[in-house]
Design a protein around this ligand. Sequence first.
Ligand code: FAD
Length: 469
Amino acid sequence: MTDSSRQARQALANTRFTTYWLDSLDAVDDEAALERDINCDLLVVGGGFCGLWAAIQAKEQSPAREVVLIEARSIANGASGRPAAIMSTSVMHGIDNTERIFPDDVAELERLGRENMDAFKQTLERYRIDCDIEWGGEMKVSIGDDGLATIDADHELYLKYGHDAVKLDKAGVQTEIRSPLFHGGTWSRQRSGTVHPGKLVRGLKRAALELGVRLFENTPHLANRKTPGGVLVETLHADITASKVLLATNAWATGHRHIRRRVAAIRDRIVVTEPLTAEQMDKVGWHNRQGIYDTRTQLNYMRLTADNRILFGGRLAYFFGNNTDPAQDKTPQPFIRLVQSFYRTFPQLAAEIRFSHAWSGPIGLTTRMAVHYQKYHHGDMVYAGGYSGFGVTASRFGARVGLAILDRLEIPETRMQFALTLPDYIPPEPFRWIGAQVTMYALDTLDEKGGWRKLWVRMVQKMGFPITL
Ligand SMILES: Cc1cc2nc3c(=O)[nH]c(=O)nc-3n(C[C@H](O)[C@H](O)[C@H](O)COP(=O)(O)OP(=O)(O)OC[C@H]3O[C@@H](n4cnc5c(N)ncnc54)[C@H](O)[C@@H]3O)c2cc1C
């Protein structure tokens, strides 16, 4: 065992392997499970951000509409209770990804992203949702000099599409946050930052209930079939007859066996430190409290919490069969490696820091890395998901467009390519699992060893995944 690995084990000795965001809040009782058959106009399946935003917006648009939301376990059981929760203006997983997947629509998608953030903020004000928002902006940093070209390209995109962005050289980035790894960065300063996702999800749940949404927890969708007037959904104890169904189950891809042809359930891991003391904060700087991510594909991302913990994330994994169960990811090794990355990023804290929480969460990954819509039962059931790693605020937008597609509304968004087309197929098992294992290994060792790894990564790029070499 190396010294760094021993140190990481010790730093994780008293760690709670559960999401800090929900663990930091008082426990609340679940809403009752559905016990008897009901009818409704709209059924939303899945109680994460996407499902809650869909239910809220449906009620706001038509208060008389009977809206039901069912969640298999408790609200925020999925990614929404587990993200880093760096908020981005982008609704398509970053401005660079938008340029990659929809180069003709970047200006309009960026405009829609700004509109979405403004409406997001207004909604929180309207329902008095206090969720520790800090508008420190989002900052992409280059690890060493390798990512500087990416920083230049992203910065140009930011300027081209009207962001209030500054480019930072090595000294500039060190003024913002002290890490020997960071050699440059681009910082978009408006309409982005960080949020406490546990408080946000609880606030959205309260708002949905206040608006009259009927919400049932511990009520898994088990099966569905077309009926003359809509869709019948079977749950554990009762059936729901709905005119329309929105599947907001992201990485679970629940509702139709074909959904997961385009959606892979990837995991990502996060560790959170104990609160930093004033002296420790002085050692890192970070006075503007940005949400930060780096330029690599096996990237790390980081942010501060309201009580000055550092949240540090990023070790992707895939478990056979699109497995989404957090209990499947309690082996210490990946978390030890994540802590070692933390040490390389903040060596000034390595000797003294302890980690209070560690967890992993399911990401609904597609080749486009952004929300898409799959229609079933003649369009009366729509899956809206695949936000990949950028869904905390984009899910409000994704849900709004998903509702319009379900309602067959002719709005400009439903005529855009992101709503009309689908991401590419991802190979089925066992190729999916084998491919994921080889890709993770290749990415982990690419920099030191190169060779066949580069050929493999190029092949994965050809399949549509945005992996950088
Ligand atoms: C580790 C990690 C870090 C992330 N960091 C960021 C970040 O910094 N910024 C950002 O913008 N995004 C981030 N994300 C992504 C973001 O969290 C997600 O895109 C977003 O939460 C997706 O919301 P959702 O409602 O679509 O999915 P989820 O929150 O996963 O909700 C799906 C829900 O469906 C329920 N469900 C599944 N099957 C059934 C069924 N049969 N019946 C009923 N309910 C069912 C699940 O229990 C779950 O609650 C991160 C994600 C992870 C995992």
